[in-house]
Design a protein around this ligand. Structure first.
Ligand code: NDP
Length: 447
């Protein structure tokens, strides 16, 4: 007698839900996953993956210009075909969507293409009306873009729609100055749009090392991006073929598109969680270190829990959950030293504490930095400097933070993050011979 229809019912087939479903099934569990939109979730369908492909596409604008200094004849009347890039990117998204679906099928996971709502500690109801029971329920439904509340906000888009735009707007106002705003500002700018970044505070990329944020701001201003700080929406006025954005402290801005990049909200509304005894904190599911909610049979992972909103974290949480409860291998995610990157132009990457965090936590810190013009930029005549900063514990010399802005910074930080996570010291870096000529060699030559 099997008391439940499934051992595990997963809500949401994004990065975290897919990993948890696949691994639990591989461990022998009977698993079903409900997905109301497309298997793959935010990262694969409308986030990290298509965004990164647009970043690559955008970079050609600078590369083609720089190519002339490297001897290539590049015509002046370069044409960029957005339709072609968009079609190719969306085809790649389709390919990944199929690959994720195959992975679930191959592992014997039942995929239900429907919205599911929790009706009790062990039960869910599908939008088809079907009721399903499971020993455990895993909520992995992610988050959605937050849209500020003000008159005319219905005229704006979010990053979800950016991948499907019929044309690149000539003028775009991006609200917010976090990850998404800075990444899309770079993308739209390279595709020829005039970009205005508007933020409620005077800061961009709050939480990142201040010297790097300043550098990105300087470079962005030099490229012609416009910033409106201390600006809050008053209203958006729609005209026949453009929008006028009225805001506090600034003149109105007339643009062709407004994009909101003002944070993301966990997808818990209407999910039935409270009725099952699941407590929320500001809309996010409250969980313990084992991803368990306040209802013992309901668990949650990924952006719906509002811990660190990053795909690799959701994947680790899904793996840890499946290994702990179906693989007889209790595992908890270590949230220390998580590297992150902003795929702006140029990109920023970091791991560990900023200088000011380290000063507050450790008291005594030593800071080393290198402010240099990458070799390729020198020959290209591109006046963009990179900045690397290392923060060390003043007493032990241990590296507690590494912060880079410059070409390929995310690729470089991934390798260096292993060393920071392993607790290596500045002396360990200095003992490593430089690989010349690279930008990454600056890491072992810092003064
Ligand atoms: P962020 O939290 O990075 O930035 C939000 C921005 O919007 C900030 O500038 C903030 O201002 C502003 N803001 C927040 N609330 C409001 C509001 N009510 N009205 C007006 N402005 C507001 O969010 P994003 O939307 O850029 O990204 C969401 C999450 O997605 C990120 O936290 C990140 O975890 C993830 N992500 C990660 C990426 C990566 O790893 N490369 C890429 C894209 C997204 P201020 O801070 O000045 O107060």
């Amino acid at each position: 007698m099997m008391p439940y229809d499934y051992d595990l019912f997963v809500l949401g087939a994004g990065s975290g839900g897919t990993r948890a479903s696949r691994v639990a099934a591989a461990h022998g569990a009977r698993v079903a996953v409900a997905e109301e939109y497309r298997v793959g979730g935010t990262c694969v369908i409308r986030g990290c993956v298509p965004k990164k492909l647009l970043v690559y596409g955008a970079h050609f604008a600078e590369d083609l210009k720089d190519a002339r200094r490297f001897g290539w004849d590049v015509p002046d009347d370069l044409h960029f075909d957005w339709d072609r890039l968009r079609t190719n990117v969306l085809a790649e998204v389709d390919r990944l969507n199929a690959a994720y679906t195959d992975t679930l099928n191959n592992n014997g996971v039942t995929i239900l293409h429907a919205r599911a709502e929790v009706t009790g500690p062990h039960s869910v109801r599908l939008s088809t009306g079907e009721e399903i029971t499971a020993e455990r329920i895993l909520v992995a439904v992610g988050a959605h873009p937050a849209i500020p509340d003000f008159p005319g906000n219905e005229h704006g888009i979010t990053s979800n729609e950016a991948f499907h735009l019929p044309a690149i707007p000539k003028r775009i106002l991006i609200a917010g100055a976090g990850y998404i705003a800075n990444e899309f500002a770079g993308i739209f700018h390279q595709f020829g749009a005039h970009v205005i970044i508007m933020n409620r505070t005077q800061e961009i990329l709050r939480g990142y090392e201040i010297a790097l944020r300043d550098r990105l701001l300087q470079i962005s201003l030099m490229k012609g991006l416009e910033f409106r700080f201390d600006a809050k929406f008053e209203h958006i006025e729609k005209h026949e073929d453009c929008l006028t954005v009225h805001m506090t402290n600034h003149e109105p801005a007339t643009v062709d598109c407004v994009m909101f990049a003002t944070g993301r909200i966990p997808n818990t509304t209407g999910l039935g969680l409270e009725a099952a005894g699941v407590e929320l904190d500001n809309g996010a599911v409250k969980v313990d270190a084992d991803n368990r909610s306040t209802c013992p049979s309901i668990f949650a992972i990924g952006d719906v829990t509002n811990r660190i909103q990053l795909t690799p974290i959701a994947i680790r949480e899904g793996q840890a959950f499946a290994d702990s409860f179906y693989g007889n291998k209790p595992t908890r995610v270590d949230y220390g030293c998580v590297p992150s990157a902003v795929f702006s132009h140029p990109p920023i990457a970091q791991v560990g504490m900023t200088e000011s965090e380290a000063r507050q936590k450790l008291g005594s810190v030593k800071v080393y930095s290198s402010d240099f013009r990458p070799m390729k930029n020198v020959l290209a005549g591109r006046n963009e400097r990179a900045l690397y900063k290392m923060v060390c514990d003043g007493d032990t010399d241990r590296i507690v933070g590494l912060h880079l802005i410059g070409p390929d910074a995310p690729e470089i930080i991934q390798g260096a993050a292993v060393a920071v996570k392993a607790g290596l010291t500045k002396a360990d870096f200095d003992a490593t011979v430089a690989l010349h000529p690279t930008m990454a060699e600056e890491l072992v030559l810092l003064r």
